[in-house]
Design a protein around this ligand. Structure first.
Ligand SMILES: [Ca+2]
Ligand SMILES: [Ca+2]
Length: 332
């Protein structure tokens, strides 16, 4: 199981070619009451807030969503979100999250999402992937209907054919549904398939992680929202009626065949100039405001750890004043 879907989407070819393997940060956004048993995912990079951990949970939606990502993207970092919608978006902005996955429940639960924070997340290159819903006929709702989210319906293999799942909600406005992903796949922590657009969304999100990782290798930066949309539109296999349609959007998202000329070009070096006692630095020709002016110690120019982390695209996650320990996420 899963091999056929991976082969169809050319994930096996990209893995063999070593393409798209730059680590992406993926946030799993589910209901606050969702449980998570991290013991089912030992060896993977999963960050779970303490209030979400429930060791008795064995079959919860957030774990199936995460386990579906791990089929294709075992080396990415997964953040299980909690708190208010504003808390979650701020967390994703602060931690430079690449992809937010909303599989439970896109329809109706998150209508109160904070619009300026959502736009700030998208403006820094983040993408929100949503399940279309399993109502079958009444159109997308909630976050899935949001024009800025990537809304995903479900297809599956039936013998040698790919068919749309009859429960997969379609798009009564003709503008919201972006593409289709596979459900009926087996998450890494289970032995039976999971079905629903909840698991088609992580399938598409994991393919977007390959695309986005490869884009960063080529361009030295994250793709913008529009560049991600362009990647989706130019890499979907059209199904149902010709062209965009309300049942399947642009079609099934699939990676292109990797070719020799896909060798990533060398990324430009980061050139940083700093001056003692000045908070103005120069990063690749552009003025940059430092948190703290560099000072000369024993004849050497010392730049603060926080500034080094942030110039290279990272963020300082925490600092323990007692043990003098800093934790930072390195950027791309
Ligand atoms: Ca949408
Ligand atoms: Ca079509």
């Amino acid at each position: 199981m899963n091999e056929r879907e991976k082969a169809y989407c050319r994930i096996d070819q990209w893995d063999a070619a070593g393409k798209g393997h730059r680590v992406q940060k993926i946030a799993i956004w589910e209901l606050q009451s969702g449980k998570f048993n991290p013991n089912l995912f030992i060896g993977y990079n999963i960050i779970v807030p303490p209030e979400k951990i429930d060791y008795s949970a064995t079959n919860e939606h957030s774990m199936d969503t995460t386990g579906t990502y791990l089929i294709n993207r075992p080396n990415d970092i997964y953040h299980i979100l909690s708190g208010s919608t504003a808390d979650r978006l701020q967390y994703c902005i602060d931690h430079n999250i690449d992809i937010i996955n909303v599989s439970l429940d896109s329809g109706g639960w998150y209508n109160d999402i904070d619009t300026p924070l959502k736009e700030a997340f998208i403006a820094q290159g983040g993408i929100i992937v949503c399940s279309a819903g399993n109502d079958g006929s009444d159109g997308l709702s909630g976050l899935s209907r949001d024009p800025l989210t990537i809304s995903v319906g479900a297809v599956k293999f039936v013998e040698d054919r790919i068919v749309r799942e009859s429960f997969s909600s379609y798009d009564d406005r003709g503008t919201d549904l972006n593409c289709m992903g596979f459900d009926g796949v087996v998450p890494v922590h289970k032995s039976t398939p999971v079905s629903g657009t909840s698991f088609a969304a992580p399938w598409v999100g994991s393919i977007l992680a390959y695309f986005r990782s490869d884009f960063i290798d080529r361009n030295g930066r994250k793709p913008t929202y529009q560049e991600t949309i362009n990647l989706i539109e130019s890499n979907c296999i059209d199904i149902e009626t010709v062209g965009y349609d309300v049942y399947s959007g642009h079609g099934i998202l699939r990676l292109p065949v990797p070719t020799i000329e896909d060798e990533p070009p060398e990324i430009d070096k980061l050139r940083v100039t700093v001056t003692a006692n000045s908070t103005i630095a120069n990063v690749n020709g552009t003025p940059y405001n430092l948190v703290q002016a560099p000072v000369i110690v024993n004849g050497r120019l010392m730049l603060s750890f926080k500034d080094i982390a942030e110039i290279t695209g990272g963020t300082v996650v925490s600092y323990d004043n007692e043990t003098k320990t800093a934790v930072f996420d390195i950027g791309c």
